[in-house]
Ligand binder design. Structure first.
Ligand SMILES: [Zn+2]
Length: 677
């Protein structure tokens, strides 16, 4: 495995540290170091919101205070992830330079305040960013205690859709479009502007999609989303170049879960290591399974972006403060929730935040150190216990990573397009559909990667592409080559409908030859119009989205399941066709969970992707597999109850080498880390 964080190749445990709020309380800073050692913290993130302390007046820089803190941490064995401070702008800047503040879709310029809300096009913002990043890098970029650059913070998290609609962004959008389409004729065709007579005759007529203007040209909407993602990615790249002027450290930026505005697949190549902020809604449902599935999926996405270990850069040790109801993690869940990240490929458990701030927006956000009681809290004790465990497992776990044999296609451009649809139904839920297809693998204890349409599919034995509405140029050929070479591909309803500018693909489905089916109707049935499909002798309920398709005679598709009623009774609901050395499946409708479970259990067996735990896991228990050094199994019990299970072999517990085999009892919320013997 290629080493990324050379200076400290260990599992990291720590979190965001905001000493800039306590500079007038030196005793607090002393206490912090002592408590960090007690909690087995080996790494903190510094400087995320420090711009006003680092540059209190324009052009006046103060690095002494932060250097002294980094020195002190380093002397005590605690490393620093150093942030560039662009997450929040200082008041002197927002007051003096109006253009750095974002403009809303309605054309209203923000007033100073809040965070993550700078205009990513503004030349002044870029100039100020470069200056502070250069200075930061020049002063601290070679400090022996600094191991990684944390570029900005949660890019795009402005509380809406990340976009800025100011005149400079409009102009940059037009330039971006000129580069892409070359001529207005090309653009008018791609966006199908003859519809409603909205043909553009001059580039200056183009405006971002807004509620009181153009918003019904799907090609415009899609290109605007691409532009916003691109522009923020470009800003990130400029930040990276600025810090690397005086430093050779690796770089990351902390991503957010299921964050629709930014295409993280495009960000990944410019980062040394992926990191993200993980805030699951534990205790929001009758049990923890669906939240665990959703969280595992997003950890898997982060691992998939570089097919490498990632960092969980933030998580709360207790509660968050930004949901309507913020519930404490119940005893034991903190350790499981943290080790779930490690199980899925994280090489860190980092928190937001180390110490609770005394005032302002996040004063009640969970922290390792509370306002009162210091370390004499349940939360602190659970964090310390986890810190000790991380130290025990680090040598064994660090050199390993998950290597899945199955992948699910998750493509941001498809996400933007399919949820902008004005078709059979408007509220297309792409994420939920993806999770419905991910869950059976989680239940079987099979790790899954995510790929987008640009990724290489070779190397996976099974690729499922649910609700893959938009096909990029070359994607259909890639899928055919993949199946021909022996891969197994699952296509579903509402796939291959439009091309990459959201124009409908005419005549034939791009995979018609591969699938051997032809679709005649797309439907979104009302709830009372129930239907079902028959599969392997059982009947399963369908969901709302259904396609009515026909097998093309003589093309070789076999029908494995059919609709059981209505005017399309007998039409295929699941087909399979052999193609080259592989097989292609087509699923015509949404179905109940039990059907997907049966389908993927069969496909796991057919393609040999099951693990030794598959078929043996009780409800609420899953395993993840990290390999490379030793063969490691993370057995995770998301039940808040003791749970019996049968181990499929003999294992050694990583922490102490204790041998485990046969029937075992998992404690509530326990995570066992087992090495194959
Ligand atoms: Zn702007």
């Amino acid at each position: 495995m290629r080493e990324v964080i050379n200076k400290y190749p260990r599992l990291l445990h720590g979190g965001d540290y905001n000493p800039e709020q306590w500079l007038d309380s030196p005793q607090v800073l002393e206490e912090d170091i002592r408590l960090m050692k007690e909690a087995r913290v080996n790494c903190v993130s510094l400087g995320i919101f420090s711009w006003a302390r680092l540059e209190p007046e324009e052009g006046e820089f103060h690095f002494g205070w932060i250097r002294r803190i980094i020195d002190k941490l380093y002397e005590n064995g605690i490393y620093t992830i150093l942030a560039t401070p662009t997450g929040a702008m200082p008041n002197w800047m927002t007051a003096k330079y109006e253009e750095v503040r974002q403009m809303s879709p309605e054309g209203v310029r923000n007033l100073p305040g809040r965070r993550h809300n700078f205009c990513y096009t503004s030349p002044i913002m870029r100039k100020k960013m470069k200056k502070i990043n250069h200075e930061l890098s020049r002063h601290l970029g070679d400090h022996p205690g600094v191991i990684l650059w944390h570029i900005s913070n949660e890019y795009g998290g402005n509380g809406s859709d990340a976009s800025c609609h100011c005149p400079q962004c409009q102009q940059a959008f037009r330039e971006w479009l000129k580069e892409k389409y070359k001529t207005l004729d090309n653009l008018n065709h791609a966006w199908w502007t003859a519809f409603w007579s909205h043909t553009y005759t001059d580039w200056s007529q183009i405006h971002s999609p807004v509620p009181n203007g153009e918003s019904r040209l799907h090609g415009l909407n899609l290109d605007w989303k691409r532009f916003v993602s691109h522009q923020i990615q470009d800003f990130c790249m400029e930040e990276i170049r600025a810090v690397l002027k005086y430093s050779v450290l690796p770089v990351t930026t902390n991503m957010m879960e299921y964050f629709k505005p930014l295409d993280y697949f495009r960000f990944a190549p410019q980062l040394s290591i992926i990191s993200w902020d993980n805030y699951p809604e534990w205790h929001s449902q009758k049990d923890e399974v669906n939240v665990a599935v959703r969280t595992a999926a997003w950890h898997s996405m982060m691992r998939s972006l570089k097919k490498a270990p990632f960092l969980m850069m933030e998580s709360t040790p207790s509660i968050v403060n930004w949901k309507a109801v913020n519930t404490q993690k119940r005893p034991g869940l903190h350790e499981l929730s943290s080790l779930q990240a490690v199980a899925c490929g994280s090489n860190s458990v980092q928190y937001f935040q180390w110490r609770k701030s005394r005032g302002s927006s996040e004063k009640f956000h969970g922290a390792v150190v509370d306002h009162r009681n210091g370390s004499n809290t349940r939360v602190f004790r659970e964090v310390s216990a986890l810190g000790s465990r991380m130290e025990q497992i680090s040598d064994t776990v660090y050199p390993t990573c998950n290597r899945p044999k199955a992948a699910i296609v998750f493509d941001w451009e498809n996400w933007w397009a399919v949820e902008d649809i004005e078709g059979p139904r408007k509220d297309m839920a792409y994420q939920d559909t993806i999770l419905a297809h991910f869950k059976p693998f989680w239940e079987m204890g099979i790790d899954v990667d995510f790929v987008n349409e640009d990724c290489d599919l070779q190397g996976y034995r099974l690729v499922a592409a649910p609700l893959n509405y938009l096909y990029k140029k070359g994607y259909a050929k890639k899928v055919k080559d993949y199946v021909e070479a022996g891969g197994c591909y699952v296509a579903t309803y509402f796939s291959g409908v439009v091309d990459e500018t959201d124009l409908c693909i005419l005549d034939r489905h791009p995979l018609e030859e591969l699938l051997g089916i032809r679709t005649e109707e797309m439907d979104a049935a009302p709830e009372h119009r129930v239907n079902s499909i028959g599969f392997e002798g059982k009947s399963y309920k369908t969901g709302c989205l259904r396609e009515i398709s026909h097998v093309i005679p003589g093309e070789g598709a076999e029908v494995l399941a059919s609709y059981e009623s209505d005017y399309y009774a007998g039409c295929p609901a699941l087909t399979r066709k052999s193609y080259g050395s592989g097989r292609a499946y087509y699923l015509a409708c949404e179905t109940e969970e039990a059907f997907l479970k049966a389908l993927y259990a069969g496909l796991a067996e057919e393609n040999g992707i099951g693990t030794e735990f598959t078929g043996r896991l009780p409800y609420g228990v899953t395993v993840s597999h990290r390999e490379g050094g030793q063969d490691l199994w993370f057995v995770q019990n998301f039940n808040e109850a003791e749970t019996q299970m049968e181990l499929p072999g003999t294992y050694a517990r990583v922490e102490d080498g204790m041998e485990l085999k046969g029937s075992i009892t998992l404690k509530p919320f326990e995570c066992l880390i087992l090495a194959a013997k």
